[in-house]
Design a protein around this ligand. Structure first.
Ligand code: 5AD
Ligand code: SF4
Length: 487
């Protein structure tokens, strides 16, 4: 975990209350925690909060299970596949626990909220902690280690009051980072939860209702991060474009947040994810993108389907035409904007004609990239309760492959437009293909960066560029990646 992290009073009080009585220097007695994260950016952010609070309470970081005293898994419930991965991980931990019964295992996040006490039954898990109870982690870990107590910290009904947990806000407002932070970049939560109740989605059930953070807390956090050298912030929310906070007779929306963040010295790029297709605030946000020089021209705005019938069954409150209209308005207003989307194939009752409508939508939307998922029934959601998972898996697979091919062609055409052009990128660090960075490349390794419109750019250069901006001239393109040389 980062050593530079600022350490405001509230977090100190919160974690010191649960601090273990050993010194940070005494590494032989310092219990070590390993954290694994599944799922979205929200979860990565929660993991960073947990790591920060545990570090303040005096815990060390384990490299892997073999030297960990505590393993905490931050989980995702959005598709069954994500849950299966966690169960298989718990299976491995069960094995390890047979020889090391003192190992403490915790399940945090969405699966903890969904499955609650059931998780304690298998004899592997000691701590179950929902996303809203994350500030309690240092206390729960201490109880498990010192008092050998198992804990269940989830709430049976996530109401707005519990979602507005002030301790969590305080933790969030000091969120900084872990070792894996991309240099120069940080994520800042604008809001928690979701009110949309799309009929397939488990998020509103496990993460609770929408709660926007006070605009001052968000901006103060951005200022603090800028002071620590952060150049790019990404504002997070399940439907971040619907951010709304009433304060002193004014209602702040995302465009206001963007405007205030644009004033913060040191911050150079501002992004936000994810957007829900809706008229409300849309033009204001596009105007902010067009007019504020730091706001990146990039939208992640899932359509989910191109069939109005299916969109209705999904409880998405727009038609394909309205969705495409939002996209074309954004493209008109914001020069060079890139849009990405999510699509679910094989939703209950999806016919060939419905799927064709989705193919048409994808062709018209001309996404930079699209994440395509096969529908996965989630317990407790409207789709799972009232609709039969009628599309056979082979058909889901076939539609997935077909749509990927349609998208790949579009991504290829869009990326080819960059050939010969110079782009500005924020450098993230070494490319994740280590075989390319062996010996001969040590002085000029392969680096990875992103443009303001979220295109991934691969080029060779000194590792010291990580966290800096660089100009790269593009000489080769593929559907998802641009390749080039430092200009
Ligand atoms: N099945 C498949 N995909 C889903 N998503 C959400 N719930 C489900 C589900 N039950 C997808 C949506 C969403 C993304 C994060 O995950 O496309 O935008
Ligand atoms: Fe789930 Fe819909 Fe909320 Fe996104 S907007 S998190 S898909 S309920």
């Amino acid at each position: 975990m980062s050593e530079k992290r600022s350490n405001p009073k509230q977090l100190k009080n919160l974690s010191q209350k649960n601090a273990l009585h050993f010194s940070n220097q005494d590494s032989t007695r310092q219990p070590k925690v390993l954290m694994k994260t599944f799922g979205c950016q929200m979860n990565k952010l929660d993991t960073a909060l947990v790591q920060a609070s545990l570090k303040d309470a005096g815990y060390g970081v384990a490299d892997d299970e073999s030297n960990a005293d505590v393993v905490l898994i931050n989980t995702c419930s959005v598709r069954e596949h994500a849950e299966r991965k966690v169960f298989s991980h718990l299976g491995n931990l069960k094995h390890i626990k047979q020889s090391r019964p003192e190992l403490i295992v915790g399940v945090l996040g969405c699966m903890a909220q969904r499955l609650g006490g059931e998780l304690l039954e298998g004899g592997v898990v000691d701590i179950v902690c929902g996303p809203g109870q994350i500030p309690q982690i240092p206390e729960l870990v201490k109880q498990a280690l010192v008092e050998k107590r198992k804990s269940l910290a989830v709430i049976s009904e996530i109401r707005k009051e519990s979602a507005e947990n002030p301790e969590l806000e305080e933790l969030e407002s000091v969120f900084d980072s872990d070792d894996k932070r991309i240099p120069g970049q940080a994520f800042v939560r604008a809001m928690r939860g979701c009110n949309n109740f799309c009929s397939y989605c488990i998020v509103p059930y496990v993460r609770g209702p929408e709660v926007s953070r006070p605009q001052e807390a968000v901006i103060e956090q951005i200022k603090r991060l800028a002071g620590e050298g952060v150049r790019q912030v990404t504002l997070l929310g399940q439907a971040v474009n619907l951010y709304e906070y009433k304060n002193g007779g004014k209602t702040y929306c995302l465009a206001d947040l963007l405007e205030m963040a644009n004033e913060v010295d040191g911050i150079e790029w501002i992004r936000f994810v994810t957007s829900y297709p809706k008229e409300e605030y849309f033009d204001e946000i596009c105007n902010a993108m067009a007019e504020l020089e730091k706001v990146c021209g990039y939208f992640h705005m899932p359509a989910q389907s191109g069939s109005d019938r299916i969109l209705k069954a999904m409880n998405r409150h727009y038609t394909a035409e309205q969705y495409l209209d939002l996209i074309s308005r954004a493209k008109e207003k914001v020069g060079g904007i890139a849009v990405s989307g999510d699509i679910i194939v094989g939703f209950p009752g999806e016919t060939d004609a419905d799927f064709e409508a989705t193919v048409e939508l994808v062709k018209k939307a001309r996404y930079k990239n699209a994440f395509i998922f096969k529908y996965s029934p989630r317990p407790g959601t409207k789709a799972e309760n009232g609709m039969e998972d009628s599309v056979p898996d082979e058909v889901k697979k076939k539609r997935n492959i077909e749509l990927l091919a349609v998208q790949e062609k579009i991504s290829n055409e869009l990326s080819a437009e960059f050939l010969g052009k110079e782009v500005k990128v924020l450098v993230e660090g070494l490319s994740k293909k280590p075989h390319l960075n062996k010996a001969e490349n040590q002085n000029n390794p392969q680096l990875i960066g992103r443009t303001s419109t979220d295109w991934i750019v691969v080029f060779n250069g000194p590792q010291s560029l990580a966290g800096e901006f660089a100009n790269v001239t593009i000489s080769k393109t593929s559907p998802l990646t641009l390749f080039g040389q430092l200009s």
